[in-house]
Design a protein around this ligand. Structure first.
Ligand SMILES: Nc1ncnc2c1ncn2[C@@H]1O[C@H](COP(=O)(O)OP(=O)(O)OP(=O)(O)O)[C@@H](O)[C@H]1O
Ligand SMILES: [Mg+2]
Length: 351
């Protein structure tokens, strides 16, 4: 990927909050110069659809108050995009460009007139006369809704990316590209969506979205204890401010976490059964729900490989002017915005 120019400001509009990250890069060193998080009211975004656009625009305006630069990279919800890895006969990038629409028709269950197709060559397998191509289809209307919102908040959207790829960006820049013999699993667990991205031979080998996340834990605490959403959320995050958590809470968390970890493990099992890959090397977890220790333990117990929380500060350390408290307990939530903030003003994806 060729890239130059200034970094874009990363804007991750999630279902529970908007996260903004700005990185300054000079002479090969990066600094984190801005981090902002604006909570969104419940039901602002449901199943990836922005229901209350006013709340999002208002949040963006608050976060960008006093910010002069407005070129941003946005995160698109996995609900509006389909990613597929497909095998095709070897051909040149120009030939591929010509054929990709026809190929997409076979693999994408949307009306092609309604989607924007992007692709990237992952691997050329010369000996087999085949190559692996990553096909990305985004629903035009939903992407337009997203960029229009940003424009309404007086931002200039320059590119749109997905959780899976932004997290991968953070891994590659912060930790280095995995070695060819390694299989690294990235699991991003937000409030409503979990994305699994498995990297083998240095590139994406498998991705899957699971419509489940931290919300399920909050909802179960709320239901079982008959309390408000806010109280349930506070209990989940470690207390109600006075250090008192009802004794049922850890048990409820464990039950929901077991379900989610089970769904994640099914994806890992599916990958292992179909790829010929023998084992996984390491698992990194990110997103707000990475703060739930029981989830990390449960994933590790099932997969039997080390599980770590992905640290976005390995990409860029906070600048001295940034209030360190603003990041306290929020780093796992900042990963997608950090990955977006690595994108540059002038960038060209090859292939
Ligand atoms: N300390 C904590 N303990 C437990 N859960 C936490 C903690 N901090 C954040 N969370 C949970 O993380 C989730 C929010 O994470 P994140 O900001 O990554 O989601 P989002 O981007 O808004 O949602 P999505 O991408 O799924 O639409 C919420 O469910 C929240 O309760
Ligand atoms: Mg998110």
């Amino acid at each position: 990927m060729a890239s130059e120019g200034k970094n874009l400001i990363g804007v991750d509009i999630g279902s529970t909050s908007i996260k903004v990250v700005e990185i300054k890069e000079s002479r090969g060193s990066r600094k984190l110069v801005r981090f902002g998080l604006h909570p969104l009211p419940p039901e602002t975004i449901v199943d990836g659809h922005i229901i209350n656009s006013g709340a999002v625009v208002e949040g963006l305006e608050k976060l960008f108050h006093k910010v002069r630069r407005r070129n941003v990279a946005l995160r698109a919800s996995g609900h509006s995009v389909i990613i597929k890895k497909i095998a095709m006969p070897l051909m040149t990038p120009a030939e591929l460009q010509e054929q990709i629409g026809w190929e997409a028709e076979q693999h994408i269950p949307f009306d092609l007139a309604e989607v924007h197709i992007d692709h990237q060559i992952l691997h050329r397998r010369e000996d087999e006369g085949q190559m692996d191509v990553l096909l990305v289809a985004a629903k035009r209307e939903e992407i337009a809704d997203l960029t229009n919102l940003a424009v309404e908040a007086r931002l200039k959207p320059m590119c749109v990316d997905l959780d899976a790829f932004t997290v991968q960006n953070v891994l590659e820049v912060g930790y280095g590209v995995p070695q060819p013999h390694e299989t690294v699993v990235l699991i991003h667990v937000g409030a409503s969506l979990t994305t699994v991205n498995i990297l083998a031979d240095g590139t994406t080998a498998f991705t899957r979205d699971i419509a489940n996340g931290g919300n399920a834990i909050t909802e179960e605490i709320q239901r079982q204890l008959s309390i408000s959403r806010e109280e349930a959320e506070a209990y989940k995050c470690g207390g109600d401010g006075r250090g008192i958590v009802p004794r049922e809470v850890p048990e409820i968390i464990n039950t929901v976490v077991e379900q989610l970890a089970g769904e994640i493990q099914r994806s890992l099992d599916f990958y292992l059964a179909t790829s010929g890959d023998r084992d996984l090397t390491r698992i990194y977890v990110s997103g707000g729900t990475a703060n739930v220790r029981a989830l990390l333990d449960s994933v590790q117990d099932r997969a039997r490989v080390p599980v770590e929380v992905l640290d976005p500060l390995r990409v860029a350390q906070p600048d001295s002017k940034l209030d360190p408290m603003s990041l306290q307990g929020r780093t796992a939530q900042a990963v997608v915005a950090m990955g977006l903030a690595l994108r540059k003003e002038r960038e060209r994806r090859n292939a």
